[in-house]
Design a protein around this ligand. Structure first.
Ligand code: HEC
Length: 635
């Protein structure tokens, strides 16, 4: 019956009832065959004629859908496998052969067509249990045995999630697919109104109901004694393999641990360096696959994600170990995104991806030891804060010097307010980021926009200051107009500039520190704190020096120096802002031959350097006119 309806629905494919794509349906059908075939054929004999007809029908649908797949390097094998699957079913072959072949097919589909087969967030299993009680118990029963009050007269009956055979032959990805799209022609409807995370969490929940307390305990023992190493599993294996497949490949003990991981998947989400890099490499392969299928947009998205969700997490650590390599990888990743945008031949993109992959592999080896030595941890912590904090401290010190110099010490409070607010929000970000993964793209967007905003404000302040350097202007400024000049609005501006300059850096450092923290043992964590304190002290000394020496300058010179200083910082921020937006894929990237100087925000792209050049030209033009522009600048 199910087959008939499914077959029919495939033919009249109404978009209302069938939300899934042909690719998703194809992978769902492949799953059904491997799960239901043992019920249809037993030792070469047809055990259930209806089921057997279903299987033949499914196989035919699989062939059809496979034929419609967009061409790619695996398509030929997928078609052959689909043909073979049908042959095997017609010959009533052994069910193990069927399940082996369908496992292979499933993997080709997931990998070569870049089906997203893992949840983005760690599943919230408590939430899943609540959702299950609310929405699933009526049919599947409180214990998941398929014996809910509505189940009695249902045909086909709701699945018993505790049935060990069923459990052994289902992937979490398959369950997630059913929860998303439902099963045509049965009472099992899809739950598209739930979020992706909720559906994944439910898949983990129902997919582990068959794991009883005894086997969970046994798995725990195996893990504790080190007989099975859980780090041998990655998230994708967990969601796209069946327990039976794991048992066949790695043995019964590994299968027990595999079941345990369905209950405790968190560890697979805690990314250590090696995992982040593995993720990067995998996403690059998916990007290539998407590109081959003619989906350049998806390829670009995946390439961006390979950078932001994988590599960027270890950037800070790699920087401490091998800066050269880090730059090379960053460069390779931008280049390949550029190639995707340009629409180069797939062959060319493949070469670039291979090059990037080799670099990532090298990085993986270098970061290989999961824990960093205390010395490296100290050095990394020190460097991160020095690098990130430098600009912020320069901006704050220059603003403070200005206030002191013009006898507006009352403005210092406003400055302090901005810094304090940034520190508070920074603390909050740290706290929130320990359980909220701050997505790579959102992060870069925030950083980029903040940098551009700060650049614009610095540019304005620089110009305003400069307009005061003309003899008449600064005289007038000092004697009288100063009150007007630092109106309420200006004070707020001061505050927000301080805020944005500091928060931007904290926001960026938090993520670096987090990655570092995860890679160190307790001794290393003390070293991190040590590095932080030393760097902080160094920055404060620097601020003090700037204040001390700059305020000694004669007023006019001071204004001029500060103005230039602000301009330069504005140009640096603009370069960084553009680079961040490029990393997030919001701006095109065109490489040009030019040295790259991180500290000065100089990145060799047409877009970044273009904007910086424009600012310099406008700045110089305005400065030459600037002497007359004070009124307008103050307005
Ligand atoms: C109205 C009854 C009903 C409700 C409510 C219901 N299901 Fe089902 N479910 C079924 C039936 C019937 C099947 C068997 C479909 C089939 O024969 O393939 C099923 C099958 C499934 C499967 C496939 C299992 C497998 O091994 O193939 C999953 C997963 C599932 N349900 C999850 C859920 C979740 C999660 C909820 C709650 C959000 C839910 N169901 C709510 C009736 C229901």
């Amino acid at each position: 019956m199910k087959a008939l309806l499914l077959g029919l629905s495939l033919l009249i494919a109404s978009p209302v009832t069938l939300a899934s794509t042909p690719l998703q349906r194809l992978s769902q059908l492949v799953d059904y065959v491997s799960v239901d075939y043992p019920g249809a054929v037993d030792q070469g004999e047809i055990a259930n004629p209806t089921e057997y007809r279903e299987m033949l029908d499914f196989a035919q649908n699989i062939q059809q859908l496979a034929g419609q797949l967009p061409a790619n390097e695996r398509k030929k094998e997928i078609l052959e496998a689909a043909d073979r699957l049908r042959d095997l079913i017609e010959q009533r072959a052994d069910s193990r052969e069927i399940s082996r072949l369908s496992a292979e097919l499933r993997h080709w589909l997931i990998n070569s067509y870049a089906l997203p087969a893992t949840p983005a967030e760690p599943p919230d299993l408590q939430l899943a249990a609540r959702l299950y009680t609310d929405q699933c118990v009526a049919c599947h029963g409180a214990g998941g045995r398929g014996d809910g009050p509505l189940a009695r007269s249902m045909e086909p009956a709701p699945i018993d999630f505790t049935d060990p055979e069923r459990y052994r032959s289902r992937t979490l990805y398959g369950l997630y697919g059913v929860i998303t799209h439902g099963v045509e022609g049965t009472e099992m409807r899809g739950f598209p109104e739930l979020t992706d995370e909720q559906r994944w969490a439910l898949a983990f929940h129902v997919g582990s109901l068959a794991v009883d307390a005894a086997s969970e305990e046994k798995a725990r023992q195996l893990l504790l004694s080190g007989q099975v190493d859980a780090s041998g599993f990655d998230l994708k294996t967990l969601t796209t393999r069946t327990p039976a497949e794991i048992e066949a490949r790695q043995g019964a003990d590994a299968a027990l641990v595999f079941g345990w991981l369905r209950r405790h998947p968190e560890s697979l989400f805690r990314q250590d360096g090696a995992q982040s890099l593995r993720l990067s490499r995998e996403l690059l392969q998916q990007s290539l696959a998407a590109y081959r299928n003619g989906d350049a947009r998806r390829a670009h998205e995946l390439a961006v994600s390979a950078y932001l969700d994988g590599f960027e997490k270890v950037e800070g650590n790699l920087d401490a170990i091998d800066r050269e390599l880090r730059l090379k990888i960053e460069d390779a990743m931008t280049r390949l995104r550029q190639q995707i945008r340009k629409g180069v031949p797939a062959q060319e993109l493949q070469q670039q991806i291979e090059a990037a992959d080799a670099l990532l592999q090298t990085a993986s080896g270098k970061l290989g030891s999961t824990t960093l030595s205390a010395g490296t941890a100290f050095a990394s912590a020190l460097l991160i804060l020095l690098r990130e904090g430098l600009e912020a401290i320069l901006v704050i010190a220059a603003l403070a010097a200005f206030l002191i110099k013009t006898d507006r010490r009352d403005g210092l409070r406003w400055l302090g307010l901005g810094v304090l607010a940034a520190l508070l929000l920074g603390g909050l970000t740290w706290w929130a980021s320990s359980f909220l993964e701050i997505g790579g793209a959102g992060r870069e967007l925030t950083e980029g926009l903040a940098a551009l905003f700060a650049a614009a404000m610095l540019f304005y302040v620089g110009f305003w200051l400069h307009s005061k350097t003309g003899a008449a202007q600064w005289q007038a400024f000092i004697h009288g107009s100063i009150q007007k000049a630092l109106s309420q609005g200006a004070l707020w501006g001061l505050s927000s500039l301080a805020f944005i300059a500091v928060y931007r850096e904290i926001f960026e450092s938090v993520l670096f520190y987090q990655a570092l923290w995860l890679q160190t043992d307790p001794a290393g964590q003390n070293a991190i704190l040590g590095g932080l304190i030393v760097a902080l002290a160094a920055l404060l000394v620097l601020a003090w020096l700037i204040l001390k020496y700059s305020t000694r300058l004669p007023l006019r010179q001071f204004f001029s120096v500060t103005a230039w200083f602000m301009f330069i910082l504005a140009v640096v921020f603009a370069g960084k802002g553009v680079a961040a937006l490029q990393e997030a894929g919001h701006l095109p990237v065109d490489h040009i031959a030019f040295p790259r100087i991180d500290l000065l925000g100089i990145y060799p792209t047409l877009e970044g350097l273009g904007l910086q050049l424009l600012m310099i030209v406008v700045g110089v033009l305005m400065l030459r006119h600037g002497k007359g522009g004070s009124g307008q600048a103050r307005a």
